[in-house]
Design a protein around this ligand. Structure first.
Ligand code: G6Q
Length: 551
């Protein structure tokens, strides 16, 4: 048995689970009027209410014991101080350095990385401001109106999510497009209405070798050359963000237009780096600084707050409680702010790529479950779709609800209706609806006794479904930075407790390797026989039926 499962806290939690598993939150709230005060935390304008969870004081005490037994405080220091905690890639993990405001040296392998971070930030801001103020001119001396960020995974999801979230704070005469899919439809649909004279491409790829991005980048270059006839002014239309400057130069990108990133920033943690170039162009450098500031304040909170008052720590521990003791296999993230519509997709990568691991830090297979299947959608949309399963399904799906106290335009009629849904849903998931309550409703509708008894089982809601609510004043850049950092640190804490490396991604690397090896088999029309019968069958069917011009 693993050390984790043998630990005193784990064993005590197992016991405690037996005591609490049949207790209903409705009764917990009935017995303790102070539950909200006890189980909610506030950081600046962000309120984290975790009182609608299946916990009591004992649960919190034991979960904190689990965190201490995993030496969480020591790991937090290792994270911030640049130790090589990404041991399978022998790298430090320093996305926190990218938003550091303390001006204290941050040493990675004997070198202070702060000056280089600052320099790169200045370079990014300079390019962004030139574009925003229309000083940056294209090949035919026109200002740039459209930016196309070509990247995928960590070089795509963060910038896309943030630019969507902060739309209200963006310049309206600049359009930011994102192309990630190697399927030609993505880039062609994007380029169809663009003018190469007023378009700037950002090739965002840490490695500058990712197939999807490089194929799309080449298509963009050909489109530009076809339309403008020569590459004389190509430097005015292409920039890159990468740690592989050599390959970016070989691609033809001018050195001044290449923005660096470092191997100690993981792709999914990189929106704070030059990968955020498209964000800075959209919202401006002052707003980007606010984003960094919001994250920095959470970093300080995470590093210094006692574990029980530490929001990311409590978020992580609740996840472990459901994942490992209630056997909940998934979790839902449900923002009630339209501008956060890409947040679940962003978080899906951050969480599942970080903690979807079955081998621990010692190289041993784990004997407990790790990262959950994370899914989500705008809360209101989800209500009219999959919330049925959350309320009455057979699976326990702990959910995070995120909502703003006011929105940018703040039309009261809309916002009150929105918020009434937030409060009603979390209350309903907690309370449910008893048979007595359902019967009374049906009687009030005038149904006869027989019809009531037939319908009754379907109208009962068991409740006791956990939700945690994050209420923030409004979705400005600083608040968004804080929310993202809360989740980043939550993921890290869970990785520490599960004793896994949250910062490598061998599963993603496998995809890159496999696609390359099959690609050359698609070059001709010969039948393949090198795989299993299913893969051979699929490849051969494809080769036989594809149009001749694609052969
Ligand atoms: C993120 C992953 C992965 C990566 C993409 C793109 O943490 O490593 O999603 O970001 O595969 O990689 P490049 O930026 O190297 O093109």
């Amino acid at each position: 048995m693993s050390e984790l499962k043998q630990s005193a806290a784990w064993q005590a939690l197992l016991q405690h689970y037996d005591d609490i598993k049949d207790v209903h939150m409705r009764d917990m709230f009935g017995e303790d009027q102070g539950r909200f005060d006890k189980y909610s935390l506030q950081l600046n304008n962000i309120l984290y209410d975790y009182s609608k969870n299946r916990i009591n004081d004992k649960t919190v005490e034991l979960l904190l014991q689990l965190a201490n037994e995993a030496e969480l405080p020591g790991w937090i220091e290792k994270l911030f101080s640049g130790e090589h905690i990404n041991h399978t890639e022998n790298r430090a993990v320093l996305h926190t350095a990218l938003r550091d405001k303390s001006n204290k040296p941050i040493i990675v392998d004997g070198v202070d990385v702060l000056p280089e971070i600052m320099q790169e930030r200045v370079n990014v801001k300079q390019l962004a401001e030139k574009i925003r103020t229309r000083q940056w001119r294209g090949a035919t001396n026109q200002a740039i109106t459209d930016i196309v960020n070509i990247g995928i995974g960590g070089s795509h999801l963060g910038p896309l999510m943030v630019t969507e979230a902060l739309k209200s704070h963006s310049l309206h005469d600049l359009n930011i497009h994102f192309v990630s899919n190697i399927d030609e439809n993505h880039i062609n649909d994007t380029l169809e209405y663009l003018n190469p004279e007023t378009t700037l491409f950002i090739i965002a790829s840490k490695t500058f070798t990712t197939q999807d991005t490089m194929v799309n980048a080449e298509t963009a270059r050909q489109w530009y050359l076809k339309k403008l006839g020569s590459d004389e002014h190509i430097s005015k239309h292409f920039a890159a963000v990468t740690s592989n400057v050599k390959l970016a130069k070989e691609f033809g990108i001018a050195e001044d237009n290449i923005f660096k990133m470092w191997d100690w920033v993981g792709g999914r943690y990189s929106l704070w780096s030059s990968i955020g170039l498209s964000i800075v162009i959209a919202i401006g450098s002052e707003q980007f600084d606010e984003l960094l500031e919001g994250a920095y304040e959470v970093d300080q909170h995470f590093r210094t707050a006692p574990l029980q008052e530490n929001i990311p720590v409590m978020m992580a521990l609740l996840g472990i409680w459901y994942n490992n003791f209630f056997d909940a296999q998934s979790m839902a993230v449900l923002p009630y702010d339209q501008h956060l519509h890409r947040f679940p997709a962003y978080l899906q990568q951050a969480d599942m790529e970080s903690n979807g691991k079955y081998v621990d830090r010692n190289g041993d297979e784990v004997d407990y479950t790790t990262g959950p299947v994370l899914f989500g959608e705008i809360g209101i949309a989800g209500q009219h779709a999959f919330f049925q399963l959350l309320h009455q399904g057979t699976k326990l799906v702990p959910s995070d609800i995120l909502a703003p106290v006011w929105s940018f335009r703040c039309i009261a009629r809309h916002h009150r209706a929105l918020m009434s849904n937030v409060f009603a849903q979390t209350e309903a998931m907690m309370r449910g609806k008893t048979a007595e309550e359902a019967r009374a409703e049906l009687q009030a509708e005038g149904l006869d006794a027989q019809a009531i008894e037939q319908l009754l089982p379907y109208k009962v809601f068991p409740g006791n479904r956990p939700t945690s609510t994050i209420l923030f004043d409004t979705l400005d850049a600083k608040t968004l930075g804080s929310i993202i950092a809360l989740y980043e640190h939550k993921i890290f804490v869970q990785g520490v407790i599960w004793n896994i490396n949250s910062f490598d991604q061998w599963g993603v690397e496998l995809g890159k390797q496999l696609a390359k090896s099959i690609l050359h088999e698609l070059d001709d029309t010969d039948e393949v026989a090198t795989h299993d019968s299913s893969t051979n069958g699929l490849i051969n069917h494809y080769k036989k039926r594809r149009p001749k011009k694609n052969s």
